[in-house]
Design a protein around this ligand. Structure first.
Ligand code: SAH
Ligand code: SF4
Length: 426
C-alpha cells in the first residue's frame, strides 16, 4: 500500500513540475514513506531518516520529511528524535506536501484526520515497461484487531468509487499493464453503494487487456462464496490464489485478537476453496507470542498450518503497538520463547512452501513474462498464476503470457520451458 501511495505522490509532484531523481544527494526533497505495523518497521524508518537528515549538514537547502503511518502515529514527537526534520505529513494530508515544497505551508506537521479523503486524484506513476500495477480500492480499516495500529493511523474504512478504480485500471492498461493487484486492508469488505467486492472484481475482470487480477488482503470473517463464484467465472483472469491471514490456530487467541472467526470457520472456507479449485494456493499471516499464547495455543497453530497446507506463510513476532487494545494486556510471552516459536513457524513455512512448489513439477502453467533475471541473466523472470516466480531460458518472446512446463522447483522459485510459441504480438 505504501508503494502505491508513493507512486501516486510521485505523479502528483510531477504534475506540479517537479522531477524524480534516484540519487539522494542530488535530490532537493526527500520523502520517507513509513510503516508502523511493527516496532521494527518503525525503527528502521527512523534510522533511515536520521541518515538522510545528516545530508542537510552539507546541503542546508535540502528538505527531508516523513509521511505514512509513523508520521500519523508520532506527529510532533518525531522532532524530539530528529530535530532537523523539515516536515511530518500524516496519511490523510498528503496533498499538503505541495505547499510545503512551494514554501507556502503554514505548518510543519499535518496529521489531521479527514475521513472523506480517498487519496490524491493523480494516477500512480507507472514505469515504462511495467506490466504489473497496484490499485488501492479502499483506505483505512474498521476491524480493530486488538494488536493492530492500522485503524488508528489510517483511519476509518472508505471504499473508493468504482468508476475511479476502473478509470485508473484502464489508464494503466493503456500504458501496457496487464496484471492488476487490488489493494485494501480488507478487500472483502469493499462496498460502494450496491457494489460489493465480488461485483467490483467482476467489473475489473471485464476490462479489456487486463489479463490477470490479484487482490490482497482477504479477511476470513468477510470472505464470501460470491467472491469464489467470480473467481470461478473468470478462472483464466483471476488465479485461485488467496492470501487469507489466519493469525493463530487457537480459538482463545483469535477471540483475544478480535478476529471474529473460529478455526473451524476458517477451515470451512479453506475446504470450499480446495473443493472448487483443487490447484488453489492459499497463503497466510501468523503472529506468534500474542499475550496469553501458551504452549497449547501454539501447538494448535502448528496443527492448523500442517492441516491446511499453505503455499506460503508470513510469520511475525507480536509487537506491542501503543494505543491498541492488546497494549493493555500483559505481554507475558518471554522474548526468547517468541523467537523460538517464530523460528519454528518459519521452518514449517519453508517446508510447506517447498512441498507446494515441488507439486508444480510436471504441470503446465500460463506465466506472465517479466524482465531478464538479475541473478541469472540467462533466464527470464516470470510469474505463475499462483504468484510463484518462474525462471525460463532467455529468448525473444512476442507475447506477455506463455505456457510453460515446470521442470524444477526450489522453495519459492520454479524453473520451466515454454511449450507453445506464438509469433504474434499479444
Ligand atoms: N489488513 C491486513 C494486513 C495488516 S498488516 C490483514 O488484516 O491481514 C499485515 C500483517 O502484519 C497482519 O496480518 C499481521 O499478521 C501482522 N501484524 C499486524 N500488527 C502486528 C503486531 N502488532 N505485531 C506483529 N504482527 C502484526
Ligand atoms: Fe489490522 Fe485487522 Fe485491519 Fe488487518 S484487518 S489492518 S490486521 S485491524
Amino acid at each position: 500500500m505504501n508503494r502505491y501511495d508513493s507512486a501516486v505522490l510521485r505523479s502528483f509532484l510531477e504534475e506540479k513540475g517537479h522531477r524524480w531523481t534516484d540519487d539522494v544527494v542530488d535530490a532537493d526533497l526527500i520523502i520517507v514513506n513509513t510503516c508502523a505495523v511493527r516496532q521494527h518497521a518503525e525503527n528502521r524508518a527512523i534510522g533511515r531518516l536520521e541518515e538522510l537528515v545528516s545530508l542537510k549538514r552539507k546541503q542546508p537547502d535540502k528538505k527531508v520529511g516523513i509521511i505514512g503511518c509513523v508520521a500519523q502515529e508520532l506527529g510532533e514527537k518525531i522532532f524530539k528524535k530528529i530535530p532537523t526534520l523539515d516536515f511530518v505529513v500524516g496519511t490523510d494530508k498528503i496533498s499538503a506536501i505541495a505547499d510545503i515544497i512551494d514554501g507556502t505551508a503554514e505548518r510543519k506537521v499535518y496529521t489531521d484526520i479527514d475521513e472523506k479523503f480517498y487519496g490524491l486524484a493523480s494516477p500512480p506513476h507507472i514505469e515504462d515497461g511495467d506490466f504489473s500495477a497496484f490499485v488501492t480500492i479502499m483506505r483505512g480499516c474498521d476491524n480493530f484487531c486488538s494488536y493492530c495500529i492500522v485503524p488508528y493511523v489510517r483511519g476509518r474504512e472508505r471504499s473508493k468509487p468504482p468508476q475511479k478504480i476502473i478509470d485508473e485500471i484502464k489508464l494503466a492498461a493503456e500504458r501496457g499493464v496487464v496484471e492488476i493487484t487490488l489493494l485494501g486492508q480488507n478487500v472483502n469488505s469493499y462496498r460502494y453503494g450496491d457494489i460489493d467486492f465480488s461485483k467490483l472484481l467482476e467489473m475489473v475482470a471485464q476490462i479489456e487487456n487486463i489479463a490477470r487480477i490479484r487482490f490482497i488482503t482477504n479477511h476470513p470473517k468477510d470472505f464470501s462464496k460470491k467472491i469464489l463464484d467470480v473467481v470461478e467465472k473468470y478462472r483464466d483472469k483471476i488465479p485461485a490464489s488467496f492470501h487469507l491471514p489466519l493469525q493463530s490456530g487457537s480459538d482463545k487467541i483469535l477471540a483475544a485478537m478480535n478476529r471474529k472467526y473460529t478455526i473451524s470457520q476458517y477451515l470451512s472456507i479453506v475446504e470450499d476453496i480446495y473443493r472448487r479449485f483443487p490447484d488453489a494456493i492459499i497463503t497466510t499471516d501468523i503472529i506468534v507470542g500474542f499475550p496469553g499464547e501458551d504452549e497449547n495455543d501454539f501447538l494448535q497453530t502448528i496443527t492448523a498450518l500442517n492441516e491446511i497446507g499453505f503455499g506460503g506463510i508470513f510469520a511475525f513476532r507480536y509487537s506491542v503497538r501503543n494505543g491498541t487494545k492488546a497494549a493493555k494486556l500483559k505481554d507475558n510471552v518471554p522474548e526468547t520463547e517468541k523467537i523460538a516459536r517464530l523460528n519454528e513457524i518459519i521452518k514449517l513455512g519453508i517446508r510447506l512452501a517447498q512441498k507446494y512448489s515441488k507439486k508444480q513439477i510436471g504441470t503446465i502453467q500460463k506465466v506472465l513474462l517479466g524482465n531478464i533475471s538479475k541473478k541469472n541473466p540467462e533466464f527470464i523472470t516470470s510469474t505463475a498464476p499462483s504468484g510463484r516466480v518462474v525462471l525460463i531460458p532467455r529468448r525473444e518472446f512476442f507475447k506477455k503470457f506463455v505456457d510453460v512446463k515446470i521442470e524444477k522447483a526450489s522453495t519459492w522459485v520454479l524453473w520451466g520451458k515454454p511449450i507453445i510459441f506464438h509469433n504474434k504480438p499479444f
